[in-house]
Each structure stands twice: as C-alpha cells, then as structure tokens.
Design a protein around this ligand. Structure first.
Ligand code: UDP
Length: 249
C-alpha cells in the first residue's frame, strides 16, 4: 500500500498541492542556445525542474562499425546530477532508470529527424537534469527537441511532451514529484504537434478506456501550449542572432 502524502494532493477547494487547476501546466521557461561549445542547446525550467540539453552533430560516428550506410544514428544520454533529487543524493553512475529513459527519449525524438540525410553520421543528445521534480523525461524531450533545432538539424516537426496523471481519481495535467509519487497513475505523452503523431506513450497505474481518452486529450492540449512556447523560444534566439549580426555590420 502507498504511504500517505505529506500534504493533501487535492485541497478542499478543488486545487492541486501546488495551487494549480487540474488542467494547468506548471510555469515553463525555455531558452535556446545556452551552451557555447555545443552545436545546439536548450534549457527548460518547468516548475522546479531544471534541465539542459546539448546536441553534437551530425558528425563522424565512432566506433565506425556502429555507423549505418543509409542514415544517421541518434544517440541520447539522459543523466540526473547527484544533487538533482529530493532526499538522498542519486548515485552518479547510470541507473537502470536512466538507461531506460535515454532509450524512450531517443525513440520519442527519432521520428522527427531526417536521419536519412546524414548516412554514416552520429547525432548525440546529452541531457543533464540539474533539478528534478517529476515529469523530467517529458521536459527533457521538449529541451532536446529545441537543441536539435538549434543545431540546425532538419526536422519534420518539433517534439513536445507532457505527463498527465491520476490523483485521487482526478485526471490532472503536468504532474509534479508529489503527484507522481503518491498519485494512482502517470502517463507521459510526446507528440509532433503539427502532424498529430504520438512519439511516446507510457502509462503506469490502472486507467479505464474513458480515462485514457480524456487523459490523452488533456495531454494534447498541454502539448499544443508547450509547442507555442518552443516556437517562441526559437524565435527569440534568432532575433538575438539578427541583432548581433546587425551590430557587427
Ligand atoms: N526521482 C528521484 N530520484 C530518482 C529518480 C526519480 O527523486 O532517482 C524523482 C524525480 O523528481 C523524478 C520523479 O521522481 O522527476 C519521477 O520519476 P519518474 O521515474 O516517474 O520519471 P519522470 O517523471 O521524471 O519522467
């Protein structure tokens, strides 16, 4: 049986433990081009989550025997800093969870990339979670997708993502750590928003078919809002580049 949460997950006035409505995202800040040495980079702050994504490539793949003759290989590494979690520090060595998340994040991003344009190459995505508060795989996908765009890698669409959850029988958008730990269900979803293609769908807990339908629609609405923020973050980066070029002239 699950322990009871340290604070009520749903307050008597129908709000969540952090004061949000059931269909409300956490505050999200996105910034593109945060690392000078990467080909592309982005940072996301989503509630208390702070995550940086860095992209290198397309570049020659080593070891060469892993190269594919007809497309690039996408490699992703999701890593949580030892100081990123509540309570005890996380071991710096890769955990099974991090290996699994690296795989699902890669699979969520892969359909959006024109990998066939870069045979025998590698595209490397490094994700560092500096502070974690639930929904980090989805926030990582949002940042990584921006970092890929920042690296100039041709994309079919950006990928946006959010986790919905079931908390005391209510379906809620963008769950935080407490809702993830003490809620009854967790459903991370990623999409290529303009194409309406789902690239990640996972679910923990017990969901009825109607709940799944409702949760997916709630996730889609959240994803469309995040997608707008992603486009705005990219626009801001290029406005800055234009300013720098004009000053340089
Ligand atoms: N978490 C933690 N320590 C760990 C792994 C996870 O404190 O070693 C927390 C962290 O806040 C994370 C949350 O548990 O965001 C939920 O983790 P989950 O595996 O569900 O992945 P996520 O929701 O981050 O995609």
């Amino acid at each position: 049986m699950k322990k009871s949460p340290p604070v009520p997950l749903i307050t008597p006035d129908g709000k969540r433990c952090d004061g949000r409505a059931f269909d409300e995202l956490r505050p999200i800040e996105l910034e593109v081009g945060v690392l000078k040495n990467a080909d592309g980079s982005a940072m996301i702050r989503q509630g208390k989550n702070i995550i940086v994504a860095a992209v290198y490539g397309p570049r020659e793949l080593h070891p060469k025997h892993l190269a594919l003759p007809d497309r690039a290989v996408l490699r992703c590494r999701y890593h949580m800093a030892p100081f990123s979690v509540y309570g005890e520090r996380k071991s710096p060595a890769p955990t099974r969870r991090e290996i699994e998340l690296s795989k699902v994040i890669r699979e969520a991003l892969e359909p959006a990339i024109f990998l066939e344009l870069f045979p025998r190459c590698a595209i490397d995505v490094y994700i560092e979670v500096l502070q974690a508060d639930g929904g980090t795989r989805c926030a990582s996908i949002v940042a990584a997708s921006l970092a890929l765009a920042d690296a100039g890698i041709p994309l079919r669409d950006l990928v946006a993502a959010v986790a919905v959850g079931k908390v005391q029988g209510h379906i809620v958008l963008d769950i935080n750590h407490l809702e993830d730990e003490y809620g009854e269900g967790d459903m991370p979803v990623a999409m290529m928003p303009t194409r309406g293609v789902i690239t990640l769908f996972q679910a923990d807990g017990v969901w009825t078919p109607d709940e799944i339908k409702y949760a997916l629609e709630l996730a889609r609405k959240g994803i469309m809002k995040i997608y707008e923020l992603q486009k705005e973050a990219l626009r801001k980066k290029y406005e800055k580049v234009i300013e720098e070029v004009e000053v340089g002239v």
